[in-house]
Write a protein that binds this ligand. Structure first.
Ligand code: KG4
Ligand code: ZN
Length: 337
């Protein structure tokens, strides 16, 4: 490792994935992720259990990232960590560790905004989007339309006012009796179903904002009425129910995306976050992009879900600007982009 190399260790612990990544001169060398299965039986992330699991996983994950990349901690140029948004207890584990390590090694500390990092996941590998573009960030915790003008210059122009779209997938899947997290399973059943079999209401919010809490209630009442008539209604119609719910959620996402593209006047669009794995969203967006003449960017799934490689990518750009923070850094659960 030469003395002019920029080598950064990045840490992500905002929700339920403990992750570490090494980036050297802007190239991500690895992305170690410890997924916490402890939450499955509770049907959602339990914050207290997440913090404890981060506490257990963090040092092994960091060791694996360093040794896998063949880098000693003495070769590092900086330590980067997710400051927020996320669960306070989870963030505290990563931030406290990163601060202590940076201070011990006398290295600069870089704080990263998790939502900015989701967008910058598109710069880990080719093809990289051209500025300006719109990024639709969709996960279990977030639903945002981001106008991206440069690596570190972005603005949220629309976002959910209540549930995230991933939550809507998971909560409706739960109503259908699917285990947590139900989003990927709902997607799988949807492939065999008719998306027009059942109609659920589309919630229209002012401007470019979203609301996904209504569909959960709509599905709940719809199922309650149908189950009264036929107790086997769900099992007999599972693929059609999944396809129809997915169709409604994707439609809601795309209506505002189209408006955002028009309003900002751009032709490049990217998707980020765990829900960008959804096959219905991918195919509907690919069709739309083709019809509109947009260029569409979808990162590898590894970089869509929560990961430290995206934190490392963001940290690299901040390092180039010498954008460092003090060792008194505190996490912020509601950090804005
Ligand atoms: O980005 P992510 O891994 O974690 C955060 O929430 O930050 O996203 C997880 C979310 C969950 O709600 C999960 O159900 C959803 O992404 N998800 C999917 C699919 N794969 C993951 N939702 C629908 N279809 C999928 N194929
Ligand atoms: Zn995330």
């Amino acid at each position: 490792m030469g003395t002019t190399d920029i080598s950064i260790l990045a840490i992500e612990s905002s929700c339920d994935e403990t992750s570490a990544s090494i980036i050297v001169n802007g190239k991500v060398l690895n992305n170690i992720v410890a997924t916490q299965s402890v939450h499955e039986k509770y049907g959602g992330v339990v914050p207290e259990l997440a913090s404890r699991a981060h506490q257990e996983n963090l040092i092994p994950v960091v060791h694996e990232a360093l040794s896998g990349a063949g880098i000693s901690k003495n070769d590092l140029s900086a330590i980067a960590v997710t400051r927020g948004p996320g669960l306070m207890g989870s963030l505290l584990v990563g931030v406290s560790f990163a601060k202590a390590l940076a201070k011990t090694l006398n290295l600069p500390l870089i704080d990263v905004n998790h939502m900015q990092a989701h967008v910058l996941a598109h710069f880990i590998e080719e093809p990289r989007p051209n500025f300006p573009f719109i990024c639709l960030t969709v996960s279990g915790g977030h639903t945002q339309l981001v106008w991206v003008r440069d690596h570190l210059d972005m603005e949220v122009i629309g976002e959910t006012q209540d549930d995230a779209v991933g939550e809507a997938f998971d909560k409706t899947a739960k109503l259908l009796g699917l285990p947590y997290p139900g989003g990927p399973l709902l997607d799988r059943y949807a492939k065999q179903g008719n998306p027009k079999a059942f109609a659920f209401p589309i919630t229209r919010m002012p401007g470019l904002n979203y609301s996904f809490s209504g569909i959960k209630t709509a599905v709940l009442y719809f199922l309650r009425d149908r189950l009264e008539e036929n107790p086997n209604f769900i099992t007999e119609n599972l693929p059609d129910l999944c396809a129809s719910i997915q169709h409604t959620l994707v439609e809601m996402l795309l209506i505002k995306l189209k408006e955002a593209m028009k309003q900002v006047g751009v032709t490049e669009v990217a998707i980020a976050g765990g829900v960008s794995a959804n096959s219905g969203l991918r195919s509907a967006l690919a069709d739309l992009a083709q019809r509109k003449g947009w260029k569409l960017y979808v990162p590898e799934f590894e970089y869509c879900t929560d990961n430290a490689a995206m934190i490392a990518m963001a940290a690299h750009y901040k390092y180039l600007r010498k954008d460092f923070v003090g060792y008194d850094l505190v996490p912020l659960a509601k950090l804005k982009l």
